[in-house]
Design a protein around this ligand. Sequence first.
Ligand code: URA
Length: 210
Amino acid sequence: MLPEALVQLAKERMAPYPCEGFLPGRGPKHPVLFFVGEAPGETEIHTHIPFSGRAGKELDLFLERAGVNRDEIFISSSVRSRPYQYKTKQIRGETITKKYNRTPTKAEVLAHAPVLDYEIDQSEPEMLITLGRIGWERITGSKEKITQVAGKVIEQPIQQLKSLEDNAFIFSEKVYRIFPTYHPASVFYNPGLRPVIEEHAYTIRKLLNR
Ligand code: URA
């Protein structure tokens, strides 16, 4: 459970940005895997369950192949509100303006940093799985392309907020095991990634001796 003061802090830090709702990460203490995604989307903000939309179905396939259940993993992300933008589209001759999900900005990731820092610190995961570029950059600060690092086990300190006053990242003293992979939603625009992601799930299964 996130302390109420931390939720309030995250909401205050997010106030300048076009984001809605707040959904804490979910999972047990000592999860076998801790997933760091991007941000909840429209579905998650309504269901209050991380990865419960279309991308969630892909994540469930990944978990099945990795041999793990949702109740033994922690699922969180770089931002815990839904970043949106208004778009106007013509749908069956009608002009419709509505909110669409969008990628979070660096400022939004920084605004939510105390939440993810707390969740990682409190749950003490055995391994972090970053899903996509946003999660990878949030955790490592690395500019290396996800295509270069995906599927490799990396051991290094992770980024944490230095202090509320400084509002910048520093590296943790603790060294973490990190396994970067693609975001589950990436298969929607790049189906060629599906077998690669499957392979990553089987690698994790072996790493966990399952
Ligand atoms: N993408 C994420 O990163 N998190 C969710 O909960 C849903 C989609």
